[in-house]
Design a protein around this ligand. Structure first.
Ligand code: SAH
Length: 397
């Protein structure tokens, strides 16, 4: 049994929580000092002591916990977790039945009714990401629940809250049978090599599935593609399979080279016919301008914040400049795929950054396509901040 304490909501936040807002913030409650041990269940009442909701205490970014239920009678126990899992799996029935896509998000935090808890599915393996120490305290219950209601080969985990001894404990293995890595998963028929036991990232960002598919099906054939901040080159692989003339992948991280070679190779593509460069994107822009290189498609998918030896990049300050650099090396009528995963601003502001770049350069453009999170990354309609992904296909001229 988990410990439960009662905490009073202040008047300002009570109606929001009652109406469905899932995040418990520091300034929504009256007496923060009552919260001591992460993972403690919290009963939230109004100032008069009337029940509003229940949830748990766990420090994560902007919040100190998540609402789990608005029914006083509902116990937060293993059966509760089982019900949420069953519902999440039911919602993704089409994904389970699709042999062309064997990796997807199975449980998306508050979007599936349990903030702080993410489960991704990789061809029979579950990868559980814990976003706070508080949610991690549900581990035993979650694993037992998965054994009861789901079929899997094995379970791995990422403790995203643990900044010190991160990702090294026992290869992140939790239960079932160990996988053999790389595990080859499919996404719309494209192969990806995945590692569940090798640090924070697995080799693919599943939230870009629809963007990769669009590039492969509609934008790649016969084109030259520049993929900046390319990581394992997932966009390049999609483009090459879609018939690109040539792809150029640029990433600062040394290991991106071997990782990108691997992703091409598991798809039977000769990586030597592609360019894979380990360098700073901002230096590459300079190089490309000097050499008067231009591309039909330029993909921009920077991290929200990055610091290299020479440059600091923060999406909300520098996206307009990044866009200008890209415009300078994109062919007339070419396409820039502008992406950001920054949760700190919405689509409208993002469009503003793009517009500013073209206006400053006195150039014309049209937005031809727009993407946000795919359906397996389920968003709680009461928590639109959860829909962090913004991708625009911008055509020059
Ligand atoms: N677009 C990728 C994900 C990008 S993750 C995909 O679809 O899979 C962000 C990447 O940016 C990381 O691999 C990081 O090494 C790289 N990066 C950060 N700053 C950079 C810089 N200044 N130049 C080049 N790459 C950079």
């Amino acid at each position: 049994m988990k410990k439960e304490i009662t905490v009073k909501l202040n008047d300002k936040s009570k109606s929001g929580i009652a109406a469905g807002y899932p995040l418990i913030t520091k300034d929504s409650i009256e007496d923060i000092s009552a919260l001591k041990e992460e993972g403690t269940l919290i009963k939230l009442t109004d100032k008069q002591g009337r029940f509003v909701a229940k949830g748990y205490y766990g420090n994560q970014n902007k919040g100190i916990g998540w609402v789990l239920s608005r029914s006083e009678a509902e116990e937060i126990d293993q059966e509760f977790i089982e019900r949420r899992l069953i519902e999440a799996m039911r919602r993704r029935r089409d994904f389970f039945n699709n042999p062309d896509t064997t990796a997807f998000r199975l449980f998306n935090g508050e979007g599936d009714g349990f903030g702080g808890l993410i489960i991704d599915y990789y061809d029979g393996y579950f990868l559980v990401s814990w976003y706070s120490e508080g949610v991690y305290s549900f581990k035993e219950q979650l694993v037992a629940a998965l054994h009861n209601v789901a079929e899997f080969k094995g379970i791995y985990e990422k403790k995203r809250f643990d900044t010190k001894g991160q990702y090294i404990e026992d290869d992140d293995f939790v239960a079932g049978e160990r996988g053999e890595f790389p595990l080859i998963v499919k996404e719309n028929g494209v192969n990806f090599a995945i590692y569940l036991n090798d640090g924070a990232m697995t080799g693919i960002f599943l939230d870009q599935r629809e963007v990769r598919q669009a590039i492969k099906e509609k934008y790649a054939k016969g084109k030259t593609i520049l993929n900046t901040f390319s990581y394992t080159g997932a966009f390049s692989v999609a483009a090459a399979i879609g018939g690109a003339d040539k792809t150029t992948s640029v990433d600062l991280a040394k290991r991106s080279n071997a990782k990108t070679i691997e992703q091409f190779s598991v798809n039977g593509i000769d990586y030597e016919s592609q360019d894979i460069l380990v360098m700073d994107v901002f230096n590459y822009f300079k190089y490309a301008k000097r050499k008067e290189l231009k591309f039909d498609v330029v993909i921009l998918d920077p991290p929200s914040f990055a610091r290299s030896k020479k440059y600091t990049f923060s999406t909300s300050k520098d996206y307009t400049n990044l866009m200008k650099e890209a415009i300078a090396i994109t062919e007339d009528r070419g396409v820039i795929v502008a992406s950001t995963n920054s949760a700190s601003f919405g689509m409208k502001k993002f469009k503003g950054f793009i517009d500013r770049a073209f206006t400053d350069l006195g150039k014309k453009y049209t937005i031809v396509e727009e993407f946000s999170l795919p359906p397996d990354f389920r968003v709680d309609p009461k928590f639109s901040e959860g829909n962090y992904l913004k991708v625009l296909f911008v055509k020059l001229g």
